[in-house]
Design a protein around this ligand. Structure first.
Ligand SMILES: [Zn+2]
Length: 332
């Protein structure tokens, strides 16, 4: 996967100086809203993705029809939560678990193993796994620096995250890039470190600063490519697309009301259902996002909307295992 990476200069400066972690989220989010005003218009270049639907890869792929047959229902849903903050870890996580239990849903929590905001309790993780929840590594740190590090430093972080995952005895070793910051080397290092799945590529990305022209353009899992020297290699690691707009994006980038957010999610999910793909959600348990009590009602509502659509609800680990069995990766 060849990635253009052009973070806005101010963002790069903030991250480079380590300031981003210390900027209160209200200011950070206004900054992102400001970026949304400055974002290139659709006519700015041929590479720009359509949002929230860009199905170019699915239209070109001759195996799209075959992939639909994977599900026991019409389509699949993955519910994931990136635990970014202390409040998200100490409060939002257990609240989401409680809400999901009432709806008989299990989700995937992506945790930061070396977080500056919280100390991971291995017993909490063991109990979640015992209850059917899934756990992925949300990078190693959540400091926003990953994409600006040298190749060697990126490699070190990814290998350390894999080591931490192995120590926790998880159902599988999975990854979600912090801030969804992908780099040209990320897939190669994840593959070499033994990650079995990654879920860091939106199908179409309109708002991650620096990635507004990227996106996998598919609502199906796939095996990503990476470049080694002059050749392209296919990773045996399953890429699970982030095919639903994030709560954060809709709240702060598009500044939508809860009602509108639910409408956008429902519409996109109906589209994915019609295609037989996977709806990959990221809903944050953090206080500035859907983890705040004022959004719990909306969170319950989206779970009800999902259940009414009657998908196969699956964790990232289960999807990766079953997909690899049905559609084994190519050997290079
Ligand atoms: Zn995050």
């Amino acid at each position: 996967m060849d990635i253009q990476y052009t973070p806005p200069a101010a963002m790069q400066l903030g991250v480079g100086l380590g300031l981003v972690e210390y900027i209160p989220f209200q200011i950070r989010d206004s900054f992102v809203s400001l970026l949304s005003i400055l974002r290139p218009k659709p006519s700015a270049g041929p590479k720009r993705r359509n949002f929230p639907i860009d199905d170019l890869a699915d239209r070109l792929d001759p195996t799209t029809e075959e992939k639909k047959e994977f599900w026991k229902k019409d389509f699949g849903v993955i519910m994931t939560h990136d635990v970014d903050t202390r409040e998200g870890y100490e409060y939002g996580l257990s609240k989401f678990v409680e809400i999901e239990r009432q709806e008989d849903i299990v989700s995937t929590f992506n945790i930061v193993p070396s977080s500056s905001a919280y100390n991971l309790d291995p017993d909490l993780i063991t109990n979640l796994v015992r209850d059917g929840f899934d756990i992925g590594m949300h990078g190693l740190h959540h400091d926003g620096k990953f994409a600006f590090l040298s190749d060697e430093e990126q490699r070190t972080r990814i290998f350390e995250a894999a080591k931490r995952a192995k120590e926790l005895n998880l159902p599988s070793i999975g990854y979600r890039a912090p801030w969804l910051h992908r780099t040209k080397k990320m897939v190669q290092y994840l593959t070499e470190a033994g990650f079995e799945w990654d879920s860091s590529f939106p199908d179409t990305d309109d708002s991650t600063p620096g990635y507004a022209v990227t996106g996998s353009r598919t609502v199906f899992p796939f095996y990503p490519l990476y470049r080694e020297g002059e050749t392209w290699k296919q990773s045996p690691m399953l890429e699970i697309p982030v095919s639903m707009p994030q709560d954060w994006t809709l709240l702060y980038y598009y500044k939508l009301s809860e009602e509108s957010i639910l409408r956008v999610w429902k519409k996109k999910m109906e589209y994915i259902k019609s295609k037989g793909g996977v709806a990959g959600f990221i809903i944050h348990p953090d206080q500035e996002d859907f983890g705040h009590p004022k959004y719990h009602k909306a969170y319950r509502s989206i779970l009800k909307i999902i259940k009414a659509a009657d998908p196969e609800l699956i964790t990232c680990s289960d999807l990766a295992k079953r997909w690899k069995k049905k559609f084994p990766p190519a050997f290079n």
